[in-house]
Design a protein. Sequence first.
Length: 70
Amino acid sequence: MGKQKAILPAAAMEKLLKKVGAERVSAGAKAKMQEVLEEIAEEIGAKAVRLAKHAGRKTVKSSDIREATK
C-alpha cells in the first residue's frame, strides 16, 4: 500500500510548531505532524459523519464535529 499525498500543507505544520515555540522545524517533523494530524482528523471526521447520518442528515455540522471530539 503506497503512501497517500498529504492533505494538510507542510508550511501549516511549520507555522503551527513555531506558534507553540519551535525555533526551527525539520522536514521530518513537518511530515510526521501532517501524518498524525490527518489521522486524527480522519477519525473525528468519520465519527462526525456517523453522527450526522444517525440524525438523518447528509450535512455534517459543527456540532457533529464537537461531539465527535468528546
